[in-house]
Design a protein around this ligand. Structure first.
Ligand SMILES: C[S@@+](CC[C@H](N)C(=O)[O-])C[C@H]1O[C@@H](n2cnc3c(N)ncnc32)[C@H](O)[C@@H]1O
Length: 254
């Protein structure tokens, strides 16, 4: 396993309870909706790649959860769970009706390899990720500012690496190229999701659940208080969050 893959896995391992409680509960459950909609016509089992605690799988009637982090999988209540690397799927060809990944593709050092694997084990591949460049969102900028003040930097080394990978795959062109290179007919689109405002505390807890190794360097209660105050100081119209996402679907040609 590469160093960055190990760092990402251990970062999610460490953050699993907070990620599940705040990120999954306040944000990812809404962001997974468009991907779940694109899978509605699939009959059969869907492989949920980089399943996390299960925001996507909870919307699917029949799925198998796969994630590299054992701690994350422990908090996923899917009946069938597999701890494995998305770039090396431990299944024979054509094992699933579809394979899907909600915000997983931006965590894989070789997204090409992961999509090839997804295309090998299923006829249909569905991906969703953040669109880059990101539309500025004042609450996120406010929290980043406070983290930077407290920790000297806004992102950990692992967070920086994930951000770079997110930029690399965060366009229609990038998802289309990945699906095409895996031998699939791609259909891609930029869409807008709507995340209900979880309150200043909820939003800050979501952002801090992904603080990673910086958490060790910070006085977390003080950081949290400052971040909540910074978000509460924003005008109500700055709180609406409609992030842009890229949805990519690929079908094996008949
Ligand atoms: C943002 S979360 C995904 C959210 C989730 N799909 C959902 O719908 O709630 C990213 C997940 O990718 C997993 N992950 C990162 N690298 C991976 C890899 N190489 N193979 C499988 N899972 C990986 C992490 O453990 C983490 O659970």
């Amino acid at each position: 396993m590469t160093d960055i893959k190990r760092d990402i896995a251990s970062s999610y391992e460490a953050a699993a309870p907070e990620f599940t409680r705040y990120a999954d509960e306040h944000v990812y459950r809404y962001l997974a909706e468009p991907l779940a909609d694109s899978l509605r016509s699939v009959s059969g089992v869907v492989l949920d790649v980089a399943s996390g605690p299960g925001a996507l799988a909870r919307r699917l009637p029949n799925s198998v959860a796969l994630d590299i982090s054992r701690g994350v999988l422990a908090l996923n209540d899917a009946p069938d769970k597999v701890q494995a690397d998305a770039e090396h799927l431990p299944f024979p060809n054509d094992s699933f009706a579809a394979s899907a990944s909600a915000f997983g593709i931006n965590h894989f050092p070789s997204p090409e390899r992961a999509v090839q694997e997804m295309a090998r084990v299923s006829l249909f591949v569905a991906l969703i990720t953040w669109k880059r460049p990101e539309t500025p969102y004042p609450p996120a900028d406010a929290v980043f500012g406070v983290i930077e003040r407290h920790c000297g930097q806004a992102r950990s080394r692992t967070g920086e690496a994930v951000e770079r990978m997110t930029t690399d795959v965060g366009s229609e062109h990038a998802l289309e190229a990945l699906l095409f290179a895996a031998g699939l007919d791609p259909t891609v689109a930029t869409i807008t999701a709507s995340v209900p405002w979880p309150g200043a505390e909820g939003f800050v807890d979501y952002r801090l659940s992904m603080l990673g190794s910086l958490a060790a360097e910070a006085d977390l209660p003080r950081l949290r208080n400052d971040a909540v105050a910074a978000v509460k100081a924003l005008a109500p119209e700055a709180l609406t969050w409609e992030p842009r996402l890229v949805l990519g679907l690929g079908r094996r040609p008949t």
